[in-house]
Design a protein around this ligand. Structure first.
Ligand code: DD3
Length: 326
């Protein structure tokens, strides 16, 4: 894919700051996670199509028992700017088969053209391990009353840590990655690339807008009072993405998750052409629709039945079963 002029400029600026992009990567490796010491316990999930594997591993600590980690390995998309280099600098082209005008090969590349995106959750809890296991899923139809009597008490009883969200809002982590900020405590937000996106190609563009206001758990808490916040996120988020990446608002899918994976209000911005995880009808609610619904009825999201899927092992599913709602 073509590297947008803006991505190119950004990369060159980064290289200027840190020597080369390569020396920066090595620095990160040196101070990073001890991948070589990981003993793989289980493949949690894998997909040949998505070229991704989720591993449960253990890192040996001093007391002898391993500390759990989740390691996600993913082959990255091709970048058009690397293609000619890739063809020129390959180390080996091994013939697999040949038949008439058709032939297949294994192409071997120098390491710098052959990176694997690696995401680490360490130390990982049992919940992290469960999250990546493939399980059967069930649809729930949650009424406004179900939310009050089943879901809300469940959320409140859980200790979901969202320290990473506060770290972003307080500039204690990822501060240099912030694309845009509206600092207003009530109607402001931080726009930042999601950890799933390496910012190297626009095809899988993925950013999140995290609101400054604390205590808005999800879609269910939204009323017309939040319209200024939501409108700022929509307008200013799109403007910032156009300015930085050259992607227009009409090329973006802007939505909220219900259920979200963390209960601090945030909005997803993904490329319309990218089938991002979690953009299916049983989870994604377009921000433009949310704004419109709140303008029609301030308490729309307290009244409406919302449908979502839960994995068989999720504790919330058990609560719905106990209440005879599944
Ligand atoms: C998360 C949802 C959360 C595992 C994984 C991801 N974007 C994040 C920490 C920093 C981030 C995100 C939870 C966690 Cl792989 C468990 O996501 C994050 N920073 N989505 C950014 N920019």
């Amino acid at each position: 894919m073509a590297e947008s002029p803006l991505l190119k400029k950004k990369r060159e600026e980064k290289e200027g700051e840190n020597g080369t992009a390569e020396s920066q990567k090595e620095g990160a490796t040196a101070s990073g996670f001890p991948l070589a010491d990981l003993s793989v316990q289980k493949v949690l999930r894998e997909s040949a199509r998505d070229k991704i594997i989720f591993l449960h591993g253990q890192v040996n600590n001093d007391s002898g028992d391993g500390t759990d980690a989740v390691v996600i390995l993913e082959k990255t998309p091709f970048q058009e700017k690397n293609i000619s280099e890739l063809l020129k600098k390959h180390t080996k082209l091994q013939l697999q088969m040949s038949n008439d005008i058709y032939s297949t090969y294994h192409l071997y590349l120098p390491p710098e053209l052959n990176e694997v995106k690696t995401t680490v959750v360490y130390p990982a809890t049992e919940k992290h391990l469960q999250k990546y296991l493939r399980r059967e899923v069930y649809l729930i139809q949650e009424t406004g009353a179900d939310y009050k009597t089943i879901t809300l008490p469940f959320i409140d009883s859980q200790s979901f840590s969202i320290q990473w969200v506060y770290n972003i809002l307080e500039k204690k982590a990822e501060a240099d990655r912030i694309i845009y900020e509206n600092p207003d405590p009530a109607s402001g937000f931080v726009l930042i690339p999601d950890l799933k996106w390496d910012q190297k190609q626009l095809d899988d563009l993925y950013l999140i807008a995290i609101c400054h206001c604390r205590g808005i758990k999800s879609l269910r808490d939204l009323t017309a009072d939040h319209l200024p916040l939501l409108k700022n996120i929509s307008k200013e988020g799109k403007e910032a993405i156009l300015k930085r990446y050259g992607a227009a608002g009409a090329q973006l899918r802007v939505y909220l998750h219900y259920q979200p994976s963390y209960y601090h209000l945030h909005v997803h911005f993904t490329s319309l052409g990218y089938d991002a995880p979690g953009c299916s009808v049983e989870r994604a609610h377009l921000l433009s629709d949310v704004i419109d619904n709140l303008e029609l009825d301030s308490h729309y999201y307290q009244k409406r039945t919302l449908t979502f899927a839960l994995r068989a092992d999720e504790a919330l599913l058990k609560k719905f079963q106990e209440a005879g709602r599944v």
